[in-house]
Write a protein that binds this ligand. Sequence first.
Ligand SMILES: Nc1ncnc2c1ncn2[C@@H]1O[C@H](COP(=O)(O)OP(=O)(O)O)[C@@H](O)[C@H]1O
Ligand SMILES: O=C(O)C1=C[C@@H](OP(=O)(O)O)[C@@H](O)[C@H](O)C1
Ligand SMILES: [Mg+2]
Length: 173
Amino acid sequence: MIIVLIGYMASGKTSVGKKLAKKLNYKFIDLDDYIVEKENMSVTEVFKEKGEIYFRKQESIYLNKLLKSKKNRVLSVGGGTPCYSGNMDVILNSKNVKSIYLKASLNTLVEKLMRKKATRPLIAHIETETEMTEFIGKHLFERVQFYNQAEIQVSIDNKSKDDIVEDIILELF
Ligand SMILES: Nc1ncnc2c1ncn2[C@@H]1O[C@H](COP(=O)(O)OP(=O)(O)O)[C@@H](O)[C@H]1O
Ligand SMILES: O=C(O)C1=C[C@@H](OP(=O)(O)O)[C@@H](O)[C@H](O)C1
Ligand SMILES: [Mg+2]
């Protein structure tokens, strides 16, 4: 089975995904890390040197490749992955794939992303909390229609990574 974690930036897909994979003894793959390895440059450098459209094309190519695996895996995708190139339909229509939306409140995302924006080119330039709230509020409004298609939804607000892993396991099995 491939467990695909989706959700907005900083909702915990990468870090919770790692812990979930360890708990289940599944292989862990982070789509961003996979892209960095294949492109031999950071996400920020891909955006800067090749542009977001190139990033989205590669992101979709690599997602389709990784979803063909028959092995047990946890796959953490990027916050934008479900929102482009029909990727959410690919996730939902792939055999042996379970999609999980790590749902976070706007306040939780703003608080985390004000501290963790440097490696996220879409928001690295945002300076104030007010601007971050405005940006994420609008961005989330556009994207939630994709995230809500996930088969399973787990709230992450005020929970430790381990608590979220436990909640995911309760929903899965
Ligand atoms: N439940 C949590 N409690 C505390 N810190 C968290 C939690 N989930 C994620 N983090 C931290 O927040 C930051 C963003 O998490 P990350 O896994 O990179 O999110 P995503 O992959 O969804 O962008 C990381 O520094 C991570 O360690
Ligand atoms: O939301 C997005 O469009 C993005 C989210 C990032 O992944 P994380 O959600 O792991 O930060 C990364 O794919 C890129 O910066 C674009
Ligand atoms: Mg991530």
